[in-house]
Design a protein. Structure first.
Length: 233
């Protein structure tokens, strides 16, 4: 019996050690497949330019506020048990999955940050479903490459692979590249800061082509937001 218990403990320990690496590999494979599919489509005759869009302040604010329940699911669960039904809580979470829309059809482009070895698919809307597999463009903000503020969010928790987990290493002067169907755009980082989740100033409209990256801070206790601001060069 003691040998069985010892074996089980060893097995569990190995599982704990292997899980982060396995999650990284699965996430990377999923992202690579999405990126490869998107690049093949953009290089084919089927490629069509992305539609330009105007900013929508209310939609942008709602998208940003919704990140709180995505970045901090434990807090969401507690609040849900106190104020809402389980079905109501899951409604937004499962919306994309219920629609059964292939992830490739939601891709807007690719974000690359060479300094921290990041290359992620950008999916339209920063929903919980989309942020499992890549970065999400906040609905209501401008598209990358357009004048105004384009906001992109991604997880920092290793549960979802590497994602933006090293975004804290970014500093002023570093470059970020975003590729869409309309072209490739390079941004230079102008500011890094940590804000409260309710600080909506990060979504303020700009007259220039601005990129705003959003993730949680810290990964272990995501009570704040790490914000990276960059301007197109």
């Amino acid at each position: 019996m003691k040998k069985v218990i010892a074996f089980l403990l060893i097995f569990i320990g190995l599982g704990v050690m292997v899980y982060p690496k396995a999650a990284d590999l699965y996430s990377a494979q999923k992202q690579n497949n999405l990126i490869e599919e998107w690049e093949n489509q953009t290089n084919s005759s089927e490629n069509t330019p992305a539609n330009s869009k105007s900013s929508n302040e209310d939609a942008a604010k709602n998208s940003y506020i919704n990140l709180d329940s995505i970045f901090n699911p434990a807090e969401r669960t507690v609040e849900a048990s106190e104020t809402t039904s389980i079905e109501e809580t899951r409604q937004n979470t499962d919306e994309d999955e219920e629609n059964n829309q292939p992830l490739g059809e939601s891709m807007l482009g690719i974000i690359t940050i060479d300094k921290i070895n990041v290359k992620l698919p950008i999916l339209e809307s920063a929903s919980q479903y989309h942020l499992k597999y890549g970065a999400g463009h906040l609905s209501g903000t401008m598209l990358p490459g357009q004048k105004g503020n384009s906001a992109i969010a991604a997880h920092r928790s290793r549960e979802y692979g590497k994602m933006f987990n090293r975004l804290n290493e970014i500093s002023e002067g570093d470059t970020i590249t975003v590729k869409t169907r309309d072209g490739s755009y390079t941004y230079k980082v102008t500011e890094t800061k940590i804000v409260k989740p309710e600080d909506l100033s990060v979504l303020n409209h700009t007259s220039n082509e601005t990129l705003t990256l959003i993730t949680c801070d810290t990964p272990e206790n995501p009570v704040n937001r790490l914000i990276i601001k960059a301007e197109m060069i």
